[in-house]
Design a protein around this ligand. Structure first.
Ligand code: FEO
Ligand code: CA
Ligand code: CA
Ligand code: CA
Length: 588
């Protein structure tokens, strides 16, 4: 019965109420404090945020736009001091820049971009690395004079490393070595490695390129498979490297996992090409029983795939520096989910199966540059937009967020993607055989089909103990807390789609309560919920509120909310929140 299942829930908190309004809401007894907002100082010499007089120089020293992934790396093993690593996925020019967007005929029309606006956007992308500390009052604060603080932008020098480094297909006029890339972009989710580095996943990189590929260019099919050039931004008008007619190989230098050594603010971030090139949602790692490290990553596109990478070497817990290049060697696998609940992880290894010269793969570098085509040939299972893929080290389970796919037709369903016109998404739970994360044959089942359980046609499978606040659609990111429990954040819920804002839900995975979900936090109107990340003790939770106010005909002058400042002189601002329990203790 309902009461029994509810009693078995692993979560004690009193649920928040679902809905949408101008601000955020959290479960009773918890505080959600603003830690960093777009434009806040990250470097000691950053100027104050001045929305009416923005510059690329200022932005490169301030917190970037659209915070997405959040990771926390404790310093000196202390729980009250650490480095926060935050992705800035993309920019909303219409909400950032005064006077740029106007509403004409019920549409938001963008004015002309100048080079300075483009350069501000480029500086607002990337990541922030910043030390934070918990004060005596129990509240977290940024440490603005910390030597660890760093902004990573589209202009930060990076190295291509691993099998693709130096390959002809990544050489450009500006970089004949094929090893030196400037910047990273569209970093959606990411990860923190067991050795304390920060992984930034490059997702929708295709959208930043413009121009036309020279006729008959060898990358034509490759770029078609990822949708490049997508022409979402105006960067190609001012920077040749984003114009594929001038630098046709540049898109091959994006779509990777970037590793940042946050302990050294002068370190060169590395694009780890061994992990494949696709629209990486994130990259979550776990140390396997045999010491090898396993990284899980979803390719966020309709009908694309779930991947994992198993390192060749093993993690050395006693020597941090010995681990710093572990991600350059190993085996990349793609998932095939079979109808009987078993699955196979198929190796993407040059020379094996169809991955040969006959099919245009001359080397492992070719396999990695065209990871999607290689996975197509192996017969991987076409999924409903794989987002975060999160291992649970304690249980050997792995959770795959499949956010939605309204283009799946009735004759295209399979056991792992069972709903045609899948508007609300689902969550798959993989059980790696005997807790071996490197296993190539495992099993899987669907944990949840999402959506409103009160509408029969939706076919949602939340447990009956789930309240009317507890269901959600469109799972996106997730986290496992200190007690091995699953928390899921969403992207795409809104007044018109589900009658509720995006948020963070706690989801039971075990026992009688399996499939029960409770609302812990919800975002203001127009936003999606990113993060989430728990500190090792489970007493602090970081949440990222991305693109708040982006609803309807929103512009700088008329956003759907002025969260979090509610000041007519300030624009709506994507911001990072830190959640703690009132009076201290675990988030439960
Ligand atoms: Fe940036 Fe997969 O969403
Ligand atoms: Ca997202
Ligand atoms: Ca998403
Ligand atoms: Ca995650």
């Amino acid at each position: 019965g309902k009461a029994q299942a509810a009693a078995a829930s692993a979560f004690d908190f009193t649920e928040a109420t679902a809905g949408v309004d101008e601000t955020h809401h959290i479960a009773d007894g918890y505080d959600a404090d603003i830690l960093l907002r777009w434009g806040d100082k990250v470097l000691p010499d950053a100027p104050d945020f001045d929305p009416m007089n923005q510059s690329a120089d200022a932005q490169a020293k301030q917190f970037g736009y659209n915070n997405d992934y959040v990771g926390f790396i404790p310093l000196d093993g202390a729980e009250d001091r650490g480095i926060l690593a935050v992705n800035h996925e993309y920019t909303n020019g219409e909400l950032m820049f005064p006077g740029l967007a106007k509403v004409v005929d019920d549409k938001v029309e963008m004015g002309d971009y100048t080079r300075e606006l483009v350069d501000i956007e480029m500086a607002a992308h990337g990541g922030t690395v910043i030390e934070i500390r918990k004060g005596e009052n129990g509240k977290w604060q940024p440490v603005l004079d910390s030597p660890h603080n760093r902004r990573i932008t589209v202009n930060t020098e990076m190295a291509l490393s691993g099998p693709v480094a130096g390959h002809d297909r990544v050489k450009t006029n500006a970089d004949p070595s094929g090893t030196k890339v400037f910047g990273t972009l569209n970093n959606c989710a990411g990860g923190v490695t067991p050795w304390g580095t920060y992984l930034m996943a490059e997702e929708n990189f295709h959208g930043y390129f413009g121009g036309e590929l020279p006729a008959g260019h060898r990358e034509e099919e490759n770029y078609k498979r990822v949708g490049a050039p997508g022409g979402w931004y105006n960067w190609a008008s001012f920077h040749d490297r984003f114009d594929v007619s001038k630098e046709p190989n540049e898109p091959n230098r994006f779509g990777w996992i970037v590793e940042v050594d946050v302990m050294d603010p002068n370190s060169t971030p590395k694009k780890r090409t061994a992990l494949g090139r696709f629209k990486h949602e994130g990259c979550e790692t776990v140390v396997n029983g045999d010491g090898r490290v396993v990284c899980y990553s979803g390719d966020d596109e309709r009908f694309d795939y779930v991947y994992k990478f198993v390192t060749a070497g093993t993690f050395n817990p006693d020597d941090r520096s010995a681990n710093l290049d572990l991600l350059d060697e190993g085996t990349l696998y793609v998932a095939r989910f079979d109808e009987d609940g078993t699955m196979e992880w198929l190796p993407l290894v040059h020379g094996e199966g169809p991955l040969t010269a006959q099919n245009g793969f001359e080397s492992q570098a070719d396999v990695l540059i065209e990871t999607r085509r290689a996975a197509d040939l192996l017969g991987a299972t076409k999924m409903d937009r794989p987002e975060d893929v999160q291992p649970n080290a304690a249980t050997g389970k792995v959770y795959c967020m499949l956010t939605n796919n309204t283009r799946r037709k009735a004759d295209e369903v399979n056991a792992a993607n069972p709903r045609p016109d899948n508007a609300f998404g689902h969550i798959i739970e993989i059980t790696e055989t005997d807790g071996d994360f490197a296993s190539t044959r495992s099993t899987w089942e669907i944990l949840l089909k999402c959506g409103d359980p009160s509408i029969a046609e939706v076919g949602a499978t939340f447990s009956p103990a789930t309240s009317e606040n507890g269901w959600f659609g469109m799972p996106d990111n997730c986290a496992i807390d200190a007690d091995g429990r699953l928390w899921v954040s969403t992207d795409g819920n809104s007044q018109s789609k589900t009658g509720r804002a995006d948020g963070l839900w706690a989801v039971d995975t075990d026992g009688e309560a399996r499939g029960t979900s409770k609302l812990f936090f919800r975002v203001p109107v127009g936003a999606e919920m990113c993060g989430p990340y728990f500190t090792p003790s489970g007493e602090t939770l970081f949440l990222a509120v991305q693109h708040p106010g982006d609803e309807g005909l929103a512009t700088f002058e008329n956003p759907a909310t002025r969260w979090p400042d509610f000041d007519e002189k300030l624009p709506v601002r994507p911001s990072l929140l830190v959640v703690t329990k009132q009076g201290g203790g675990k988030i439960a």
